[in-house]
Unconditional design. Sequence first.
Length: 422
Amino acid sequence: MTGHTAAASGRRATPMTLVLLVAMNGLAPISLYMLVPMLPQLATMFGRDISVAQMTVSFYMVGLALSQLVMGPLSDRFGRRPVLVGCFTLVVVANIGCAFAQTLPQLIAGRFLQALGGAAGMVISRAIIRDIYDRSRVAGMISLVIAVMMIAQMLSPLAGGVLDAWFGWRAIFIVLAIVTTLFVVALFAALPETRRFELPSADSGFLRDVRALSASRAFMGYVLCQMLASSIIFTFAGGGPYLVINHMGRSATEYGAWFATAGFAYMLGNLASVRLSPRHGLDRMIWLGLTIQLTGSLLNAGWGLIGWNSQPAWLFGTHMIVMFGNAFAMSNASAGAISVRPQAAGTASGAMGFLQMGFGALCSQLGAYLGGHFLTPLPLNIAILALSSACAAAIVCLVPRRNAFVSTDAMIEAEEQDAAVI
């Protein structure tokens, strides 16, 4: 099963396939962040508390979590392409519903459906990368797709703010509906099926895949590392708008510009990972990323203690360090998780995405509470430091230390042999 990937690489990895990978991975996060600068405005407009407005984000992430748990195994069973087409058709319908929502609960429901469909792109893009590239290139290609996608994602809050200023917040969903429709057409026209269908064997099946993955210490360590690292992004995104707009007195457009600096640092981290991962291996890259991430988190908490980060420049300056290291940790942990059992790449990717988004939804609500109910960024800084520390602890406690000295391929082969007895 593992050998077919290398043979497939280069045969199906066309430039158009890479463009579609970027788009399918990015549409859901872009849709999430475009609305973020408008959350304080939506709370006021609909006469609700900020925690209720935040549910347009937290329920979105719940939808992402639940969908990925299902869409990954479905793509393993029925193929990547049909699942993607069906799910992004749902996204088009959900965007239209959001554009015409008359109450905040209606908008929250529309966002939930939007996420249910959009999550397929996130989980299946990782599975497609594992289908068409060999192990040594998976982390680099995940980083490349994320880096290119981040160019659009880091500008999405700014774009959302501009659309709101010119046409109102409903224009965001009209634009998203048009873009997603064009993407569905491109899927029909240009995306090949990358999943290799084979006769069932004694080593295949959803339940067997789940048992084998859950029995792997390396898989659990990588998944927890990726989940906790991504929760830093959700926590900061949840609290950032309230700190910058409500407490620092800046506009939604200015917040979007500051938020783009964090996305820029994350993009640079992924571009660096593209070059360094094949040379240094997954685990060394993860440790380098965790070291940078912890350094930035400590600096951010330090500025908070002495009161320096009451201005956006200090708050986002150190957060850029966090995000640069975060990119190393997330992309390489993702590659490690989906490479433990390649024939179950969709299932592994879905489980990882479910935990990432489910925990991220909780962290987003926590971030909104810390940003909306405290006059200083310090509580948010402490939460991010705690998450950075927990991320490192997951690798220390669960991923065998020999991985730092043994090649990634050798480690994964050992994991597969262990899983084969399950």
